[in-house]
Design a protein around this ligand. Structure first.
Ligand SMILES: Nc1ncnc2c1ncn2[C@@H]1O[C@H](COP(=O)(O)OP(=O)(O)OP(=O)(O)O)[C@@H](O)[C@H]1O
Ligand SMILES: [Mg+2]
Length: 421
């Protein structure tokens, strides 16, 4: 944080972007983001362009070459840079660190994108970091808070209490991860990097436990899913999710969200995000497109089956190796409360934009995943049967109580998923 940032002075005008190149344990500086009017340009540095191993940070957004690169049409900053910054939760923490606390009038829109990129923790998702310096890489956050301290801080922030500076620092580690729910990054007891998703007193239903159960079920029905385990800490449930962007030896994998792959921003993403457009991109720009399309189809069917209607375009991602994309393991499969038969997916299920949570729509769009009707039905049958078979085991592993279990049961394989559209 610069002195002017800390005082809430002029927002920063530029930031240097550091990257962990594939296989490297240390970052190199790659270029600079500049604030120009209402948007942000990116310029590759000469030293980066001169490297034999230089790769574009993401295509088609940031092609290698000299000169300023404007963000794609409709975006204020390249999606691959935005993806590496904080989202609703991280922005709230950064604002709370500034203001001491948050209340109903606190507006995360008052701080600039660059402020959020520079003030968030360095252990961010993917293989980028943002620093004031182009010469020395000094990561942000050497905080040694315990999980209990971080939970305490998250609880106080949600309750609108003033955060003492030490507790505000405890949350810094969660600021660079996207998403809206309270979370932090840490090393688990075996030293593996994990995301800890926290439950809070104000949760309207046991969402962390439901996510644990749904992630277990996803794995059981053949979805490549980030491994999770549920722990208790400070008398609350915490879901530890193994990070797939940290392959070991200090390496970091570059990642982009489906929002970026589809060239959308948060607002238009909610309206235009579509599984069918993602399938089109898989055909054009992913390694191994044919098995990947089946993988995506299985995830879509599963989301419909478990009432995961929060399946927006930031909840799907791909690794980027400089040339091609590869789907990451699935994450954030979180059954949400539904009212009766009406439920809709966040991303459209059909090319004409229909979203109703119906397996009939999955069948109808199977061709877009290069599946014939028999193949599509086989995937659907496997998912439905697998959920039935493993329901009790998943409920047990997630330590659902009788009431939780009944509530979860009503969300999973709801009869309406079988209705015609
Ligand atoms: N296992 C993982 N490894 C690496 N990155 C991950 C992993 N799980 C999630 N992420 C990244 O962290 C971000 C936030 O995680 P997640 O989506 O689980 O949070 P959330 O708060 O529940 O999100 P939402 O706002 O969608 O409810 C994701 O968008 C993704 O970029
Ligand atoms: Mg999410």
């Amino acid at each position: 944080m610069t002195t002017s940032d800390r005082r809430g002075g002029a927002p920063p005008g530029s930031a240097f972007v550091w990257v962990w190149l594939p296989g490297a344990s240390d970052p190199v500086v790659t270029g600079r983001i500049d604030s120009v009017g209402d948007s942000y340009t990116f310029t590759y540095g000469r030293s980066y362009l001169a490297r034999d191993e230089a790769i574009p940070l993401y295509l088609p957004e940031l092609r290698l070459g000299p000169g300023r690169i404007q963000p794609p049409d409709g975006l204020t900053i390249a999606g691959c840079l935005r993806d590496a910054g904080p989202d609703a939760w991280g922005q709230r923490v950064i604002l709370a660190r500034r203001l001491g606390h948050l209340d109903a009038s606190s507006d995360t829109g008052t701080l600039s994108t660059l402020t959020y990129l520079l003030e968030s923790g360095s252990d961010r998702i993917g293989g980028l970091d943002f620093r004031h310096s182009a010469t020395d890489y000094i990561p942000r956050s050497a905080d040694h808070s315990t999980l209990e301290q971080m939970q305490d801080a998250a609880e106080r922030l949600n309750a609108g209490e003033t955060l003492p500076p030490a507790l505000a620092d405890a949350l810094l580690r969660g600021t660079s991860i996207g998403g809206a729910r309270p979370k932090v990054t840490l090393l688990d007891s075996d030293g593996h990097p994990v995301i800890a998703k926290l439950s809070t007193q104000t949760d309207p239903y046991p969402s962390v436990k439901f996510e644990a159960a749904a992630m277990t079920l996803a794995g059981r029905v053949g979805i490549d899913v980030a491994p999770t385990r549920l722990i208790r800490s400070s008398d609350r449930d915490v879901l530890l999710v193994d990070r797939f962007d940290r392959p070991g030896d200090g390496q970091r994998k570059l990642m982009v969200s489906a929002l970026t792959i589809l060239g959308l921003d948060e607002l238009t993403g909610a309206r235009y995000g579509s599984y069918i457009h993602l399938a089109d991109q898989i055909r054009a720009r992913f390694r191994d497109p044919i098995p990947t399309l089946t993988k995506l189809f299985r995830r879509v069917v599963f989301n419909v089956c478990v009432s995961n209607s929060d399946d927006h375009a930031r909840n799907h991602s791909a690794f980027w190796d400089g040339e091609w994309l590869t789907l990451t393991p699935a994450y954030d499969i979180a059954p949400g409360l539904r009212s009766g038969d009406t439920s809709a997916q966040a991303m459209a299920l059909t090319r004409d934009g229909r979203r109703a949570s119906r397996l009939a729509l999955c069948r109808e769009s199977a061709r877009d995943y290069l599946l014939d009707p028999d193949q599509a039905n086989r995937v659907i049958d496997e998912v439905v049967a697998g959920i039935e078979t493993h329901f009790e085991e998943a409920a047990e592993l997630a330590r659902l109580t009788g009431t939780d279990r009944d509530q979860f049961r009503r969300l999973v394989l709801h009869p309406s998923i079988h209705y015609p559209e």
